[in-house]
Every structure is written in C-alpha cells, then in structure tokens.
Design a protein around this ligand. Structure first.
Ligand code: FAD
Length: 486
C-alpha cells in the first residue's frame, strides 16, 4: 500500500504545494502509517478480516464481501469491529466504510444497468478490481458551500459545483468542485450523488456517479491544515496516528472514461441510488460498529481518568460515567437489532435492518458531543496542565515527577493518560472529531427530515392509535352526557 501511494501519489495539495510523497510528508505520514497498519492487521486477524475471493480464490478483505446469509453478515460485522477497535473508532474513514458502499453498488448492478447497460457491469468490474488489489477509496457527495438557498444549477457560477462540461466518445469531462472528501490519502475517489440533497431536473448536468484514480489528470485534492504536523505519539497520541485528512475536490476538466461510470445525467436514478443499492445501509452498518468502538474507548478513558485522580466516588461523576455507559449500550443495541432483523434485499444481499441504523445515525451526532463534554467536565484543568515529552526527559523531570502525580498513578503514567484525554476532548484533533460526528453522514436537521419521511407510515400508525383513543374518550364523554340527560 505504501509503495502504491508512492508510485501513484494522490493529487493532494497542502499549503499551496503539491504533495510529492504522502508516506513521508509531516502532515500525512501518521495517518498513512495507520492505514498501512490496518492492511497488515487484516493478515494478523485473517480469520475474521479476510475471505476467499469469489473470482480468484485468493484471500481478500471481507469488507468487500456481499453477504448472502446471516452468518456471512455476522462475520462481516466481526471483521469491521476488529478494524474499528484497532483505531478506537477515531479513524472514522477506515477503508471499510466505502468498501461497503462500492460492494452495494456492485450487488445492485441491475439497478444501474437499467440506466445504461454498461453501468452495472462497470460497478461489478470496479468492485472486483478494487477488491483484488485491496485499494482504498475516498468519496464526495455534496456541492461546495457557496449559496445553500439554491441547488447546484441555481449558483451564480454554473461550473462552481462539479458539472458535465462535454461528452466524448470515450466518456465525459467534468469541471467544478465537490466538497468534502475525507481520506484523500487513498487510491481512488467515488463521486456519488448526495444521500440527502435531492436533485431537480435542472440539475441533470450535475447528476452522475463514477470512480476514478486519485492521480487522474486534472484532479486536485485541496487539503485542510493538518491537526498534527509531525508531533510525537506521546504529545499527540491520536492526532499523530489518526489524521485521516479532509479535502475539497476540484475537477479541472477531468476526463471520466465510460468504463468508470455508474450513473449519468439520470436525476431520478441518482436520487434513488444510495437507498436502492443499499449503500447507505452498508455505510451506516460500519458507522455503528465504529460508534461502539469509539464509545467503549471514551467510557474507558473517563473511568480511568476519574479513578486516577480519586474523583470516582462523587455522585455526579458516577452519573456522568453512567451516561457514557448508556450511550455505549444504546449503540450496541442498535447494532444488534440491525443484524438480528437483517433480511435479503432485492439483490440477494443480507441487508441489516434500516430502522435501528437510522436511529443510530440520527442519535450519535448528539451523543458524541455530549460524551466529549463529559470528558471536559471530568478532566477539568488536568486537560491543559500538561507537560510535553521534552519536559519529562529534560531538566524538569523531577518537577514533573512530583507535581504531576495523582492519587492512583505516578506522574509518568498520569501524563500519557491526560494527553489521551486532551486529544479526545480539546485538541484540534478532538474538535474535528466532534464536527465529523455532527455532520459526516449529512446535515442532522435534514437527516431528521428524511427519517420522518422514511418512517412516515409507521409514525402515522402510532398517531392513528392515539386518534382512536381520543375518539373513544370523546364518544364516552358524550355517551355518558346523553345517558345522564333526564
Ligand atoms: C469532518 C467532516 C468530514 C466529512 N467528510 C465527507 C466525505 O468524506 N464525503 C462527503 O461527501 N462529505 C463529507 N462531509 C460533508 C457532509 O456530508 C456535510 O457536512 C453535510 O452534508 C452537511 O453539509 P454542509 O457541511 O455543506 O452544511 P450546509 O448544508 O452548508 O449547512 C450549513 C448550515 O445551514 C443549515 N442548512 C443548509 N441548508 C439547509 C436546508 N435546506 N434546510 C435546513 N437547514 C439548512 C444546516 O442545517 C447547517 O446548520 C464531511 C463533513 C465533515 C464536517
């Protein structure tokens, strides 16, 4: 994987300059090293993480599998849990996330082929190619944040949002921009319709789906400033490992060959694609597994932190620890329910039940910021009263040993614990994590709207039951009035 990124570097730009080698650049090398670690992890956990390729028989990543049975779905879930736990859920965009999306598109080849006979075959071929080479993906769904009161076709500049510029015999040319793509330190980009923003007929030139390599000519991935710039693992325990990076995607007349296209100018099909293929369910399944790993970590961190400083006995502290535990159990229950109620979808894939996943993806954007608030409330000034690695190793070592000790840990154990809490609760890495959990799956306001729409029949069923009760009460009251009238 490292050699691949060196040979075919993604078109990253950082602080105004192209990035020649992501594996050594201080802004990226930590995240890249963790990705490499995850690829190795598959082989040390081969039983859980790999399966036999249906075409070559070679061992390939299980997150590319199309599970046909409950047992295969359970195996997939265990594989994704191994990866999520390895990063404590702090690398939201491990390759598993988009492997699930691409797998869903491949399974739903007939749906894509109904738009154009080539597109279903493209999805199946791309899925096989990426699976066999174990490539990783980034993706981008939404237009840039210029004027949100109108869609892509209503912007002042028609080429602000990525748009079809012209069609050729070999494919089409895209010009414009998409935001945002997490994990641009990857091999290819999947450009898909939004899961939430529905396109209108005027948006046809903006309606497409395709997969292209991240070194395609004309592509630019403009990165934000790194949350960690070559700091030590000791000082930035998470930022130095799990910087997955986010980039704005610019298409400077990018040529997309027909072989790479999944959807084209078909507004209706684009609006349905993520739901009909099951991509949104596959991604949400991975997300809830990540949420469980992340919640376990935050709970463990908070519990150790209060124990270390002798605060674990206070009632309000216990109430906060209980709140973290309840959040974790809620995510576990959603995951279990989604898997227990899984059923084969129209493409023959064992699909986890949507309702528990939908509830989870709507709840976690509120749970996670509260979890981090709790770590801040419990850690208090301890989160900033922190020496650096150099202080521990330099002439201040004796001061550190004396003044940074805690009730149940010496200074050299307390400091790394509080460094972890700092990187989870208040550092730049921590702030980006909170923003990520609030938004990465879509605007929570519009996600709630789509939840109400998706579960409308069920919600109206409950409303009907209440209406019947209301009518019974009314009828009973008037019946008793009539019977008491002389
Ligand atoms: C850290 C991070 C990583 C991400 N990674 C990816 C990625 O890899 N790929 C990807 O495709 N996307 C990614 N996203 C983008 C994510 O999909 C968007 O953040 C999300 O869809 C919301 O869109 P927006 O950020 O443009 O906010 P906007 O839509 O601009 O919203 C801004 C504010 O305006 C309000 N608002 C705007 N329009 C409306 C409306 N019509 N009705 C009601 N309220 C409205 C919103 O509620 C919000 O408060 C990422 C986001 C973050 C923060």
């Amino acid at each position: 994987m490292l050699a691949r990124l060196r040979e075919r570097p993604p078109a990253l730009w950082y602080r105004g300059e192209p990035v020649a080698d992501v594996t050594t650049h201080a802004a990226f090398r930590g995240g890249v090293a963790t990705l490499a670690e995850l690829y190795d992890l598959q082989w040390t956990h081969a039983e859980e993480c790999l399966f036999d390729s249906p075409t070559t028989g070679r061992k390939v990543a299980r997150s590319y599998q199309l599970p046909r049975t409950a047992l295969e779905l359970a195996a997939l879930s265990r594989a994704m849990a191994v990866v999520a736990r390895h990063t404590h859920g702090m690398m939201g965009r491990v390759p598993d996330y988009l492997n699930r999306a691409l797998s869903a598109y491949a399974a739903a080849a007939p749906f894509l082929s109904a738009g154009d006979a080539r597109f279903g075959a493209n999805a199946a071929r791309l899925h096989e190619e990426l699976r066999e080479a174990d490539l990783s993906l980034t993706h981008s769904l939404i237009p840039p944040q210029a004027n949100r009161s109108v869609g892509p076709s209503g912007q002042a500049d028609p080429f602000l949002a990525a748009r079809i510029k012209k069609e050729t015999d070999a494919g089409f040319v895209v010009r414009g921009c998409r935001m945002l793509a997490t994990l641009p330190i990857s091999d290819a980009i999947m450009v898909l319709p939004s899961t939430l923003l529905k396109a209108t007929p005027e948006d046809a030139p903006y309606a497409f789906g395709f997969v292209i390599p991240n070194d395609t000519p004309g592509l630019k991935l403009i990165c934000r400033e790194s949350v960690d710039y070559g700091r030590s693992h000791f000082d930035h325990p998470f930022g130095s490992r799990y910087e997955e990076m986010d980039a704005v995607v610019v298409f400077d007349d990018v040529h997309v060959p027909w072989e790479n296209v999944l959807l084209y100018r078909d507004v209706e099909r684009c609006n349905q694609a993520n739901t009909r293929t099951g991509a949104v369910v596959g991604m949400a399944h991975q997300v809830v597994i990540k949420n469980v790993a992340k919640s376990e970590f935050v709970l463990g961190l908070a519990a150790l932190l209060v124990d270390t400083i002798g605060a674990g006995g206070f009632q309000h502290v216990q109430e906060k620890i209980a709140e973290l535990w309840i959040g974790l159990e809620t995510m576990r229950a959603f995951l279990r329910a989604a898997e227990a109620d899984a059923a084969p979808d129209e493409w023959g894939v064992m699909r986890p039940a949507w309702s528990p996943l939908d509830a989870a993806r709507n709840l976690y954007p509120r749970l996670y910021p509260r979890m981090i608030e709790i770590v801040q409330q419990l850690g208090a000034s301890g989160l900033v009263a922190m020496p650096t690695e150099q202080d521990l190793k330099g002439p201040l070592a004796d001061d550190v040993r004396r003044y940074y000790q805690a009730a149940r840990a010496d200074a050299f154990e307390r400091v790394p614990l509080f460094k972890l809490a700092w990187d989870v609760a208040i550092s730049a890495f921590a702030g980006r994590q909170v923003l990520y959990e609030r938004f990465f799956f879509g605007d929570p306001v519009r996600m709630a709207g789509s939840l109400v729409a998706a579960h409308d029949a069920e919600i109206r069923g409950y409303a009907e039951r209440v209406r019947e009760l209301v009518r019974d009460l009314r009828d009973e009251a008037f019946a008793s009035q009539e019977s008491s009238t002389p």
